[in-house]
Design a protein around this ligand. Structure first.
Ligand SMILES: NC(=O)c1ccc[n+]([C@@H]2O[C@H](COP(=O)([O-])OP(=O)(O)OC[C@H]3O[C@@H](n4cnc5c(N)ncnc54)[C@H](OP(=O)(O)O)[C@@H]3O)[C@@H](O)[C@H]2O)c1
Length: 309
């Protein structure tokens, strides 16, 4: 049986549908009764717990052979810091997995994860990877680039930005490159490993860095999204210097919003800085590791944007 942590999130929901279609047994870690009901309605077991609360995990992994760990945050909120969720949470989960006799841990890290990174998101993802690697359990680590699809946080925020007001604010030059991969292609990558015996005792351990088939600048992503939404507006580049200057007074989104005279979705200082950096790998990474060519961003947008316009 799979133990899935983070199954109620954007990527997790797509994965749960695929596992359900294959008739897999899974127990999902959830943080509320409402989410437990959703998991049960899909035919899975639900266990209430929080990876940052070790006590809440006790005994919950019993009888499971494989852990799928998709828990992650993109923004710190209150006591839920990157350190607490990514590092402590992964340590708690790995310890419980060992106690339960789990044979394989799948961990979703991120492209760019590095212990040397200035970004807490990437630094703590790398620390979590080390915990998984040192757990003594065979592991698979995915380091995907931006994953897009029905309900992804990045596109939802960008859609708001594109829809609000007479023009579209882009922080900085917008020339940093990303490598978006469609969520169903991400699921296909996971299912390829699953069908190749991920749960077998002799499967071994490996890290996969991958992304979609194109390197696209943030500007290109904005333009393609506008096209998918049939929206045409001018793009205005907001100097990063200005946004950072206004930060102590307004916060970033309020700062940009104030400058533009409109309300825009919230973004943290770290997210803003990350948008200025390339986050890419080999364009053929999926084909080389999983044997298929993933969808281009524009094709994926047609699948998940059109019907929701
Ligand atoms: N989306 C991307 O572009 C992308 C790219 C690279 C890597 N990743 C990584 O992939 C993973 C999944 O991403 P996503 O976009 O699907 O994220 P998401 O939609 O924000 O989902 C996060 C999941 O983690 C759960 N969670 C958060 N804190 C928890 C805690 N303390 N205890 C237990 N569960 C907790 C959430 O539960 P609730 O439903 O209760 O909130 C949710 O199921 C993350 O680790 C993320 O860093 C994502």
């Amino acid at each position: 049986m799979f133990f899935i942590a983070g199954g109620t999130g954007f990527i997790g929901k797509h994965l749960m549908n695929a596992l359900g279609a294959k008739g897999c047994n899974a127990r999902c870690l959830v943080r509320s009764e409402d989410k437990a009901l959703i998991c049960r309605s899909l035919g899975f077991e639900a266990a209430i717990g929080d990876i940052t609360d070790r006590e809440s995990l006790k005994g919950k992994l019993d009888g499971c052979d494989t852990v799928i760990h998709l828990v992650g945050i993109i923004e710190e909120k209150g006591s839920m810091t990157f350190e607490k969720v990514h590092v402590e949470g992964t340590r708690n989960l790995a310890d419980e997995a060992r106690k339960a006799g789990v044979r394989h841990i799948f961990y979703q890290s991120a492209l760019g994860a590095s212990a040397a990174s200035w970004a807490k998101y990437y630094k703590t993802k790398a620390e979590a990877e080390e915990i998984v690697k040192a757990s003594g359990i065979a592991y698979t680590i995915f380091r995907p680039s931006l994953v897009v699809g029905e309900g992804d946080g990045f596109t939802e925020k960008l859609k708001e930005l594109v829809r609000v007001g007479p023009f579209i604010p882009v922080p900085g030059s917008g020339k940093a490159k990303l490598q978006p991969i469609y969520v169903e292609d991400w699921v296909k990558c996971f299912m390829t490993l699953f069908l190749n015996g991920l749960r077998n005792t002799d499967y071994g351990s490996r890290i996969y860095e991958f992304g979609g088939p194109e390197h696209l600048t943030y500007n290109e992503i904005v333009l393609q999204l506008m096209e998918a939404l049939s929206i045409s507006k001018p793009v205005i580049h907001i100097p990063i210097k200005f946004i950072k200057m206004s930060l102590p007074f307004y916060g970033i989104s309020k700062g940009i919003g104030n400058f533009l005279g409109k309300k825009i979705p919230s973004v943290t200082a770290e997210q803003l800085s990350l948008l200025q950096l390339d986050n890419i790998c080999d364009k053929e990474s999926v084909e080389k590791s999983f044997g298929f060519v993933p969808m281009k961003y524009g094709e994926a947008l047609k699948l998940f944007i059109k019907e929701r316009r």
